[in-house]
Design a protein around this ligand. Structure first.
Ligand SMILES: [Zn+2]
Ligand SMILES: [Zn+2]
Length: 644
């Protein structure tokens, strides 16, 4: 008999060789029906995998990400089977599950697969799914694996196999289709009840622009038709909120092929919105004891060789800039930290000076492949709301608490109610991978864990996810329609202080290394604004809205009064404009509502005579008439409430 330990700590005994499915069944037949995958001793496996030793076990239903990724990865095999039947001779690259579904990169040869073919592929997938095909795992030798795919003429799989180690290779077969795969998979295809192939894109083999362009087919599947319907509604909503579409409509930002791909141009309304966000954070940071610094957009190559960033970004990013001076090379900065380290070194520091917090809205440049670029969320030049805190090891926890406070304040102000924090720690079985002493790591890790607990954060701990130079805390927010985004990050670093030989003098007159914290609560201004647009659907909170009120005269007779109202509002720090186009008042109201202006003020004879405005609020409609001064007071009060 073997002992199986469940997540609640309960232990039950089973026959050696039992499977997660058997165990689920022994608990309840209903559970066995719903369970899709299992984690045994920390590793996700299929339900039919025998367990031969004492183990911990988690059973995953659809709600768990492990179940979804198993489900979706299995669906990519199902799609591949359908494709092979519909397009004999088709070749396959890779077909992983992704956060919301799966894709497969395929080479259909002479034929092309287009959007118009997707329905046919979906139907075939559903037909095959109903056959209740089992996913059967078989371990194979490297020779056999290469032989199989050489015979099949699939050079992509052969290339993948060549990179694998003999003894670690497995095949999975469902129906007539066999794939090179590590697994895990579903028990059988019958649980795949609803299929939607969402899009087709080109993707270079192995992401390399020198390789052949394959066809990437994206899809998503569900265990119930109802879940697909919900998903489609959500996608419709997401389309409406797409920041690329809204950014254009609201005139916030643009891209120009002539300026270059992935290099956003902030238009006046977008630039002002961003400035308001920056000022908001600058205020918070000022209160938090941060000191502003400003550093150039480029730095000598040597700087990044010292920091290690050249090794990381050099060859794969923008290439060095040469000057007329022989041998002189500069890099566009991929990170602000090296500059800030040099600022730290401009004078001797004592333990009494610490912590020192340098903050900069620093623009950095990183090359991203053109296929990876996406609106403001993946760009080649972006501005981080960066800061580096240099502190003593004993100050880490307190500094973490303070940074968490800033992040929480931002979330509260911008109405991100649902968020989790991921604590990334090192893999303690693999300590040589990390730099810094055990003692320091333990101190830093417990500082993060304790600080998160003290702030009552809902956290997930990921072992082995820390960077080699330190543990970190990342914030994931859920937006208004339930999508997850990664925002702010707080990261401990033992590496750069070492590389830059940063020091402070302790109370005992000896020299010590400070610890460095990198933190960026927004992440980057570009990404944050993108998320904010998608979260709010462009209906920004009043304090951020590019335009807070628009004044609509009912006819041109009242244009002068309308202008007076705008002036009065402007004098009261309200962003207002006039819409004096010669259109009907109904049309002007509709169009300004579409532009998401929070307040619409209608003025005609009655209003002019009494010095009033008729107020309409976005989403709420008519608010009655009031004096301009009262209206200004109302807005300014609302703003005060939003950013207090
Ligand atoms: Zn696979
Ligand atoms: Zn940094």
């Amino acid at each position: 008999m073997i002992n199986i330990t469940f997540p609640d700590g309960g232990v039950r005994q089973y026959e050696k060789g039992t499977t997660p499915y058997d165990i689920a069944h022994s608990i309840s037949p209903r559970l066995a029906q719903d369970v899709l995958a299992a984690t045994v001793n920390g590793k996700v496996v299929e339900l039919g995998r025998p367990i031969n030793e004492d183990s911990t076990l988690m059973l995953h239903k659809w709600e768990d990400q492990q179940a979804k990724s198993t489900f979706w990865h299995s669906s990519s095999h199902l799609m591949a089977e359908a494709l092979e039947l519909l397009y004999p001779g088709i070749k396959f690259g890779i077909g992983p599950s992704i956060e919301t579904g799966f894709y497969y990169d395929v080479d259909p040869g002479e034929k092309a697969i287009t959007e118009a073919d997707l329905k046919r592929i979906e139907d075939k997938m559903l037909e095959l799914a109903r056959e209740k095909q089992n996913f059967v795992r078989r371990e194979v030798s490297k020779d056999e694996a290469i032989k199989t795919y050489t015979e099949k003429g699939d050079q992509y799989k052969c290339e993948l196999i060549r990179d694998l180690e003999d003894g670690t290779i497995s095949f999975y077969t469902n129906g007539s289709f066999t794939d090179l795969c590590r697994g895990p998979h579903l028990n059988d295809t019958s649980v795949i009840k609803a299929v939607k192939l969402t899009s087709i894109a080109g993707a270079y083999w192995r992401g390399n622009e020198k390789n052949k362009m394959l066809t990437r087919i994206y899809g998503v599947t569900f265990p119930q038709k109802k879940l697909l319907d919900e998903y489609l509604v959500l996608m419709e909503e997401a389309k409406k909120r797409d920041h690329r579409k809204l950014g254009k409509e609201l005139e916030l930002f643009a891209f120009s092929q002539r300026v270059g791909q992935g290099l956003p141009l902030w238009l006046p309304k977008g630039a002002q919105l961003r400035e308001r966000l920056e000022n908001f954070l600058k205020n918070v940071q000022k209160k938090g004891g941060y000191l502003p610094v400003i550093t150039p957009h480029i730095g000598q190559k040597e700087l990044y060789v010292t920091s290690g960033h050249y090794a990381k970004y050099g060859a794969d990013s923008f290439q060095p800039i040469h000057t007329p001076q022989e041998g002189e090379e500069f890099l566009l900065k991929p990170m602000n930290c090296p500059h800030h380290c040099e600022i730290y070194k401009t004078k001797p520091r004592s333990y009494k000076d610490l912590p020192i917090r340098f903050a900069e809205f620093g623009t950095v440049y990183r090359y991203e492949q053109s296929g990876e670029l996406h609106g403001l969320t993946r760009v080649r030049g972006f501005t981080q709301d960066d800061a580096h805190i240099f502190c003593r090891p004993d100050q880490l926890k307190e500094e973490f608490l303070k940074v968490i406070d800033i992040v929480l304040y931002i979330f509260k102000t911008l109405d991100f109610k649902d968020f989790t924090a991921q604590i990334s720690l090192r893999d303690s079985n693999n300590r040589e991978k990390y730099i810094g002493s055990d003692e320091n790591w333990e101190k830093a890790e417990s500082a993060i864990i304790e600080a998160s607990a003290e702030k009552g954060l809902s956290t997930v701990v990921e072992l082995g996810e820390a960077a080699f130079y330190g543990p970190k805390l990342d914030f994931m927010v859920k937006d208004a329609i339930g999508r997850k985004w990664q925002l702010g990050t707080i990261q401990v670093d033992y590496n750069l202080p070492e590389r830059f030989e940063l020091e402070y003098v302790g109370a005992d007159d000896k020299k010590y290394r400070p610890v460095m914290i990198h933190r960026a609560p927004f992440g980057s201004m570009e990404r944050f604004v993108a998320v904010l647009i998608e979260h709010t659907g462009g209906k920004f909170p009043l304090w951020l809205a590019p335009e807070q009120a628009v004044v609509l005269p009912v006819s041109e007779k009242y244009n002068d009064y309308a202008k007076k109202v705008v002036d009065l509002l402007t004098n009261n720090d309200i962003r207002a404009s006039i819409d004096d186009r010669n259109e009907t008042i109904g049309k002007k109201i509709r169009e300004n509502e579409l532009k998401r202006v929070p307040f619409i003020l209608v003025v005609g004879e009655k209003e002019e005579d009494s010095g009033m405005v008729s107020v309409r609020k976005q989403g709420e409609g008519d608010k009655g008439t009031m004096s301009v001064v009262d209206f200004a007071g109302l807005i300014n009060n609302e703003i005060k409430k939003q950013i207090e």
